[in-house]
Write a protein that binds this ligand. Structure first.
Ligand SMILES: Nc1nc2c(ncn2[C@@H]2O[C@H](COP(=O)(O)OP(=O)(O)OP(=O)(O)O)[C@@H](O)[C@H]2O)c(=O)[nH]1
Ligand SMILES: [Mg+2]
Length: 617
């Protein structure tokens, strides 16, 4: 048996999915978190059922890829029951989608989520009446507290039924639907989709076009617009019938200030700055502690053991990789993800995106690409995946800009190398350089990329107190990836590096590249090897630097300006291998190659500029 979770963005589908399946897919207070279909299993009374978590959609009549994907799935695959998740605080908008789902005539259970918020906002919904109108069972839930989640699967199994509520379309449209059905013996759904121009059915299209033309003549509106209006009216009518609001909504006053230029922009700057500061300070405090523990209890005792050179090299590589991973990267990654999770869950992130959008438009930058760019601060990979709903032109621009956004791994480099050994102002200046280059790249690309520019539609996520458990578990989701994917790569490559070093091969490699690196960037010879490793995972540039230098105290082997140049180059130069792979998947080989070549050149040019300017000062 197969069930599917369907609903608007940001209504709690993924949270419910996680609670039902025990799988940890990403949940955040940011519309559009889930972009791929996720599937998982749930056990109920010793039987196993499959559940699908659809990406959030506002309607089934739009042209975005998510809607296309869900529509195709509903029409071509068999789903035993839909679990439609509605947000009780935005009933009308959620019903608009539900009324379209109804037309697919798939057995459905309606989950009315966010009951806690609705109560806080004094929104009261008459469940019995709503269930009567829709003709299916309603389960009222508060997913964050796990309330009533247990009733969902039994309901999907036993009481799921086709929604009986139907949109009464304009009578000309209804007549058109009826004649299409009669003419070609298709279903009502097919007739509707063809009239809307969503489905191309060679048998129907001609007739449908004639009918549409007649209706448009009469109404001076496209059939698509008429039907959308009818649906909106019906959704509004139902929502009004079952909802009663008492008292005033409170939260909204404070909210207004966050999206105004003033004091919105200063607040945004302050929040960004404090986020970086906290990452720098807490991260480096933890780093110092862990690194010195490692030195004292692992590195020194190991060197004192007097092992034979090969064994010593291998075990030294192992220990120093552990130290680099747990001591250097972990503290920064961890603090960073906790903070980002808090910002997202509080709903502030959508406000930041909104503000930044207005500001960015002024310098000719692109609006819609902004949400993915904000995501890019966490990791470029999901950010690139989330540009799928943009137009072709926007996707090309976004591909370049997103891969330049300093992700958490690059924050590790900036924090761990520059903030720790050179100073916090220097670390902030790296961000300034990167942001300036992103803006410049954006302006140039906007000028030269063909295609139209669209505006941005971003729904404000509600302001909410982040929940400790959810924030931690999301930070943990990313940490897990770090520990189980990055750490093993780091350990293995460190040992390989150790062996290569033992065999003198690293030396040979560096002999070839070192002169150029030294001349152009003024970096020591082992830095070129580290930069190369940075392509595997960004923060590995930093970790291998420590490994090859043989110490985590980089300040003792490199000068401040060398560390600064190294950080700038590795932050800018070539996205990591996972980002290149996902770019290739989403955009094709040409864009992936162009982006890599561009960032490589940019990194080397900017690095050598800094080096030369510094030497002349
Ligand atoms: N107060 C409250 N918050 C909730 C409830 N259910 C979910 N949330 C929050 O709503 C936000 C969105 O949850 P998700 O599960 O990511 O939503 P989604 O529907 O999967 O969103 P997309 O993936 O963007 O389509 C998160 O911050 C959740 O903590 C609820 O019942 N009450
Ligand atoms: Mg989701």
């Amino acid at each position: 048996m197969k069930f599917a979770l369907i609903g608007n963005p940001n209504v709690g589908k993924s949270l419910i999915f996680n609670q039902l399946t025990g799988i940890g897919v990403e949940i955040s207070n940011f519309p559009g978190t889930t972009v791929d279909l996720c599937s998982g299993n749930v056990c109920y009374k010793k039987e196993k059922f499959e559940i699908i978590d659809f990406p959030g959609i506002y309607s089934l009549d739009g042209k975005s890829e998510e809607e296309e994907e869900v529509r195709k799935y509903l029409r071509n695959e068999h789903v035993d029951a839909l679990i439609a998740v509605l947000d009780a605080t935005h009933l009308e908008r959620n019903l608009y989608l539900l009324l379209q789902i109804a037309e697919y005539e798939i057995p459905t259970v309606v989950v009315l989520n966010m009951i806690d918020e609705a109560e806080k906002q004094n929104i009261h919904i008459n469940f019995a009446e709503l269930s009567d109108i829709l003709g299916c069972e309603i389960i009222a839930t508060t997913a964050t507290e796990g309330k009533n989640i247990g009733s969902i699967i039994p309901a999907a199994l036993q009481t799921a039924s086709k929604i009986k509520a139907r949109v009464p379309y304009d009578r000309h449209v209804e007549a058109g639907i009826r004649s299409l059905v009669k003419l070609s013996e298709c279903s009502r759904l097919e007739a509707i989709l063809t009239l809307e121009g969503i489905m191309q059915n060679p048998e129907l299209t001609d007739t449908a076009e004639t009918i549409s033309a007649e209706i448009e003549e009469e109404h001076r509106m496209s059939v698509y617009q008429i039907m959308a209006t009818n649906r909106h009216n019906e959704a509004a009518k139902i929502s009004e019938e079952v909802t009663s609001e008492k008292g005033e909504k409170k939260e909204f006053r404070f909210e207004k200030y966050l999206t105004r230029y003033f004091p919105g922009i200063p607040i945004l700057a302050l929040i960004l700055l404090s986020t970086l500061m906290i990452v720098f300070f807490v991260g480096s405090f933890l780093e110092e502690m862990i690194v010195s523990l490692f030195e004292q209890y692992a590195v020194e005792p190991l060197l004192a053991m007097g092992l034979d050179p090969l064994t010593e090299q291998v075990s030294f590589s192992f220990v120093i990789a552990l130290q680099a991973g747990l001591g250097i990267a972990f503290p920064f990654v961890f603090v960073f993800y906790i903070l980002i999770s808090i910002l997202e869950d509080s709903g502030y992130m959508t406000r930041a995106a909104f503000l930044a959008d207005r500001a960015m438009h002024r310098i000719g930058m692109h609006g819609q690409a902004l949400i993915p760019m904000v995501l890019g601060f966490g990791c470029n990979v999901p950010a690139v995946m989330s540009i799928r709903h943009l137009s072709k032109r926007e996707r090309v621009i976004a591909s370049f800009l997103i891969t330049m956004v300093p992700c958490s791994a690059r924050t590790v480099i900036i924090a761990g190398i520059v903030a720790v050994f050179v100073g916090v102002p220097a670390a902030l200046s790296v961000y300034l350089i990167v942001f300036a280059l992103i803006a410049l790249t954006g302006i140039v690309l906007t000028k030269f990329t063909p295609g139209e520019q669209y505006g941005m539609i971003l729904e404000m996520a509600p302001l909410r107190m982040p929940k400790a458990k959810q924030t931690l578990s999301r930070a943990w989701l990313h940490m897990k990836e770090f520990i189980f994917i990055a750490m093993p790569i780091l350990l293995v490559s460190s040992i390989v590096l150790g062996l290569l070093q033992y065999g003198g091969i690293i030396q040979a490699f560096q002999d070839v590249f070192a002169p150029a690196m030294d001349a152009a960037l003024g970096l020591p010879d082992y830095a070129s090897t580290s930069l190369l490793f940075g392509i595997l995972r960004k923060e590995m540039a930093f970790e291998t630097l420590a490994i090859l230098a043989g110490t985590a105290d980089l300040g003792s082997v490199m000068t401040g300006i060398q560390l600064y140049v190294f950080a700038v180059v590795s932050v800018l130069f070539v996205p990591c291998i996972s980002t290149i792979a996902v770019l290739y998947r989403e955009m094709g080989v040409k864009i992936a190659a162009l982006v890599s070549a561009y960032t490589l050149t940019l990194g080397l040019i900017v690095g050598s500029l800094i080096h030369f300017i510094w030497s002349y000062l």
